[in-house]
Design a protein around this ligand. Structure first.
Ligand code: ZN
Length: 325
């Protein structure tokens, strides 16, 4: 791991600001810049223009709330600590309707630190065993935009009163400003149709969002908290990359799609830097005869549909890696 870390660190120090942060910040800025066109298109009654508005608004929302919140949760959007904190609050709370404190705790401090360790970072929050497979994979994700702020409210009890109040204000600001713009820019007459349109746009990428979250860890090696493997074994056995996909690379970011292994090994890297170090990381792991796991989106979907009971309902078996360390 030290050897690989040195290689990656030298690649980072040789990279320009544009490569380290500029490209990803530009993608996020372009999502914000496309919002006025999205609100205007949603005001048209012609089905084609309205559908274009839903696609534009939904795509911008996914870029901001998936790629943006993920990079912000890792502090990868700025090298300044204060700005990193500000971006985490802005992306996770205002845009993502979730609490920054709980989001960072769950994603960075639990999922990343304890990837595939049973009872800690084993992706169990993504399992809803009582739901049948078709409902879980293809219908329930559509409720993500409604469930997210409700779960956030339930988690506020663990925050300080001041922090909880700030989170409620930030979430309300994000939801109300989109609703207000739908009424005043898009021209929705009825509040319920504006809310419905908001949900439609926010749910546009909910299916791949849930799929990607389960595809890249569940079904891979699981570890006992009492026999944790070395970090490089944990990440190479418990993380999988999906192939590059122009739509998901853009909306979710490389670190969640084709560079998830690189992201788990080096979570401080931006999406573009994960892509840059990918050839170096994959070559290193193959030379050291470590797994570099890859599978296609459709193959994973097929696997989860056919083995839903085993992967998503029953407890996963523990893989003992002690022997190969
Ligand atoms: Zn992450």
């Amino acid at each position: 791991m030290m050897e690989l870390t040195r290689l990656v660190q030298s690649a980072v120090s040789e990279s320009s600001w544009w490569e380290r942060q500029g490209i990803d910040c530009t993608i996020l800025a372009s999502a914000f810049l496309s919002l006025p066109a999205g609100f205007l298109l949603l005001g048209f009654s012609q089905p084609l223009l309205f559908a274009l508005g839903v696609i534009l608004m939904g795509t911008a929302h996914a870029v901001i709330t998936v790629k943006g919140t993920h990079l912000a949760s890792h502090g990868a959007l700025s090298e300044s600590r204060d700005w990193a904190e500000f971006w985490a609050m802005f992306f996770i709370e205002v845009c993502g309707s979730f609490t920054a404190e709980a989001g960072i705790q769950a994603h960075v401090k639990i999922h990343h630190a304890h990837t595939n360790i049973i009872g800690l970072g084993d992706s169990s929050t993504w399992r809803i065993p009582f739901l049948p497979r078709f409902i879980y994979l293809f219908l329930a994700p559509l409720a993500v935009p409604v469930i997210t702020p409700l779960v956030a409210l339930g988690l506020l009890k663990d925050q300080s009163p001041g922090g909880a109040l700030r989170t409620v204000c930030m979430i309300a600001l994000g939801i109300y400003s989109q609703y207000w713009l739908l009424l005043h820019i898009s021209g929705f007459q009825c509040p319920s149709s504006a809310l419905l349109c908001m949900l439609l746009c926010r749910a546009l990428f909910s299916l791949p969002y849930i799929h990607v979250n389960i595809f890249q860890h569940i079904g891979l090696s699981m570890f006992s908290p009492n026999h944790r493997p070395k970090r490089i074994y944990q990440m190479t056995h418990g993380v999988l990359n999906l192939p590059r996909n122009p739509l998901l690379d853009w909306t979710f970011g490389h670190s969640l799609i084709s560079c998830h292994v690189e992201h788990h090994l080096f979570p401080f890297l931006s999406d573009n830097m994960c892509l840059k170090v990918k050839p170096m990381v994959s070559k290193f792991l193959r030379e050291k005869r470590l797994p570099y796991q890859e599978d296609t989106y459709l193959s994973r979907l097929h696997l989860f549909f056919n083995r839903y009971q085993e992967l998503m309902v029953f407890a996963p078996p523990i893989t003992d890696l002690v022997g190969i360390q």
